[in-house]
Design a protein around this ligand. Structure first.
Ligand SMILES: [Ca+2]
Ligand SMILES: [Ca+2]
Length: 369
């Protein structure tokens, strides 16, 4: 019974009103959980203002953790570790095809938790609005790591996610992306500070999403390589797949990098919209650094080095200040050793400090931070 309930009953009794008014029993605002059953119920029963704090450990749910209950702008719902404890939610005991966590709700903040070994997608947010995903990890799942999908997907922020090692075995790796923003619409969605790597398909994929998404301070690397000895491997391996399914939409990518992907670093993927790509770097991708052959992309101050081909740009592309444009020189990299990019993040969750692909230039390429 909450303090407020006690006070209300006390007041009612003091007034001699008996039990005529019994306030609704609300869930306590903070719930500390240490078992999978309690975690499952806490998520299921959360209401606006609930703060779920998960004690250290690895949790093995046997059904998808899920909620359709909204928080509000003044009373968000939080799912987070207790203090600075290490919390992993592992999908190894889920039925085939299940996800670890599905949210169809607004105003949740999920932070500091690892979602690993999902039989299918790890985390799916469907028609979510104003959710925040901060310092989470999605690792080694059977389909995409983190997904935003559905109409009315608005104003969500994904900050400092690591999403890697995803592989859809039954379909030979053709689907599992680090982040998927697919099959839906809604404005105001931001991805920042992401590391998306070693996934069987793409680092990031905006297939069939009809509203602009903004990406910044993000790295996509090593995607689309056959790391699973799959004789029919079908992963695409683009760093940033910025469209598809006929949608014409002006996604924005700023200050981000793609390297060592089996496909292209950045690709329109048939999206003919005015995609904006500014101050990014594409290095050593197998196909193109930048593939914008059919659309109206705006490519500015980007740096392509060591890719199969630097750029494919159609006649509607606006290209200025990139190192393939005339009169623009190519600064040299301080380092081409990527090992530090896999280091632990900084204490505030930001990408690790690295000199990899930095140049010191203030006019071209990603700053790698
Ligand atoms: Ca694919
Ligand atoms: Ca994909």
């Amino acid at each position: 019974m909450s303090r407020r309930t006690v006070l209300s009953l006390t007041a009612a009794l003091a007034l001699g009103a008996g039990l005529a008014v019994i306030p609704t029993q609300a869930q306590a605002a903070t719930v500390v959980v240490s078992t999978t059953t309690d975690l499952t119920n806490a998520i299921k029963n959360a209401t606006a203002g609930t703060v779920i704090q998960v004690r250290a450990g690895t949790y093995y749910p046997t059904a998808t953790l899920q909620s359709t209950t909204n928080g509000s702008s003044s009373s968000r719902i939080h799912l987070q570790p207790y203090g600075s404890e290490t919390v992993k939610i592992d999908g190894s005991n889920l039925p085939d095809g299940d996800w670890i966590f599905k949210l169809t709700a607004d105003y949740w903040t999920v932070s500091g938790i690892t979602f690993q070994n999902s039989p299918d997608s790890a985390v799916v947010c469907q028609s979510c609005a104003s959710t925040v995903w901060e310092n989470i990890k999605t690792i080694n799942g059977g389909d995409s790591g983190f997904t935003l999908t559905g109409d009315s997907t608005t104003n969500n922020t994904v900050r400092n996610i690591d999403s890697y090692g995803h592989y859809d075995a039954a379909t030979h790796g053709e689907n599992a992306d680090g982040i998927a923003v697919k099959f839906g619409s809604g404005s105001g969605n931001l991805i920042t500070g992401a590391r998306l790597y070693n996934n069987s398909d793409d680092g990031l994929d905006f297939w069939s999403f009809s509203s602009p998404v903004t990406v910044e301070h993000t790295w996509a690397m090593g995607n689309g390589k056959n790391r699973w000895s799959d004789s029919a491997f079908a992963g695409d391996g683009n760093g940033y797949k910025l469209g598809g399914d006929g949608e014409v939409v002006a996604h924005v990518v700023n200050n981000s990098a793609a390297w060592d992907n089996a496909g292209s670093g950045f690709t329109e993927n048939s999206n003919t919209g005015a995609i904006v790509i500014n101050r990014t770097t594409a290095y050593a991708n197998v196909k193109y650094g930048y593939y914008f052959a059919t659309g109206a992309a705006r490519l500015g101050k980007n740096l392509a080095v060591g890719n199969g081909s630097s750029v494919s740009k159609g006649s509607s592309v606006v290209s200025a200040g990139n190192n393939w444009d005339s009169g623009i020189s190519t600064p040299s990299f301080r380092s081409t050793d990527a090992s530090t990019t896999y280091n632990s993040r900084q204490s505030n969750g930001a990408l690790p400090v690295t000199t990899f692909l930095t140049t010191g230039s203030t006019t071209i390429g990603a700053t790698m931070d």
